[in-house]
Design a protein around this ligand. Structure first.
Ligand SMILES: [Fe+2]
Length: 207
C-alpha cells in the first residue's frame, strides 16, 4: 500500500469580508471608491502617465484608512482575517503582529488586465472585491514552482485542484481573498462592459 502525502502546500484564504463581525456596506464602499477616484487627480495623472487603464490609488493615496472611515473599518476587518490566516499558516510571529503596509483601490474597465506579479517585502497580500459584474476578470494564481519544472509534463486538464498549475478564481463582491505575498498572480482581461472594482492590500511583519 503506497502512502502519498502533500508537502509544502500553498494555502489560499477566502471569506466574506463582514464575517468577522464587520458591517461594511457594499454600496457605500462602491460609492466611496468612485468618489475617491474622481477626486484623486494625482492618481488619475499617474494612471495616464503610466498607461494604466482605469484607476488605481496605489501611487497617489497612502492614507485611505486615515482619511475615510469606511477604509478604517475595512482595515479593522482585514486585520482579523489576516490574523486568522497567519494562524492557519502556522507562522511563528514571535509576538509581532502582521500589520497593514498599504491598501489601494483598483478600478479595472472593460478590456483591461493586470499582468502577473508578486508583492515583494510583504508577508500576506490580498484583495477584497467591491464590484464583480458578470464577465469580470478572474484572479489567476500560478504554481510557485514553475521555474523548477524544466522537464515536468503538463498536468491533466481535469487534474485535482491541488495538482493544477494555474487556478482561476472569480470571487464575488464582499469576498476577501488572502495569499502569501510571494504567490504570483494576475488579473486577466475584464470581459465585462462594467468596471471590476477591488481594494488590494499588503501586510508586513510588524515591530
Ligand atoms: Fe497583486
Amino acid at each position: 500500500m503506497s502512502d502519498i502525502e502533500s508537502l509544502f502546500v500553498t494555502r489560499l484564504y477566502k471569506a466574506r469580508l463582514n464575517e468577522v463581525g464587520a458591517q461594511i456596506s457594499e454600496d457605500e464602499l462602491f460609492d466611496s471608491c468612485y468618489s475617491i477616484a474622481e477626486d484623486d487627480e494625482a492618481g488619475q495623472q499617474w494612471c495616464e502617465d503610466n498607461n494604466f487603464p482605469g484607476y488605481t490609488s496605489y501611487a497617489s493615496l497612502t492614507d485611505l484608512p486615515w482619511r475615510f472611515p469606511i477604509f478604517k473599518d475595512i482595515v479593522a476587518a482585514l486585520d482579523k482575517h489576516v490574523a486568522a490566516f497567519a494562524q492557519d499558516l502556522q507562522f511563528n510571529l514571535d509576538d509581532r503582529k502582521l500589520v497593514l503596509e498599504d491598501l489601494w483601490i483598483n478600478v479595472l474597465p472593460e478590456g483591461a488586465y493586470h499582468s502577473a506579479h508578486i508583492h515583494p517585502h510583504s508577508v500576506i497580500s490580498g484583495t477584497t472585491y467591491v464590484a464583480m459584474p458578470e464577465g469580470a476578470s478572474a484572479l489567476r494564481l500560478e504554481d510557485p514552482r514553475h521555474a523548477m519544472m524544466m522537464a515536468a509534463p503538463p498536468r491533466l486538464k481535469d487534474a485535482r485542484r491541488e495538482m493544477q498549475n494555474f487556478i482561476y478564481l472569480t470571487p464575488e463582491a464582499g469576498d476577501v481573498m488572502l495569499w502569501e505575498s510571494w504567490l504570483r498572480h494576475e488579473v486577466v482581461t475584464n470581459q465585462s462592459e462594467f468596471d471590476r472594482v477591488s481594494v488590494s492590500f499588503n501586510y508586513r511583519w510588524g515591530e
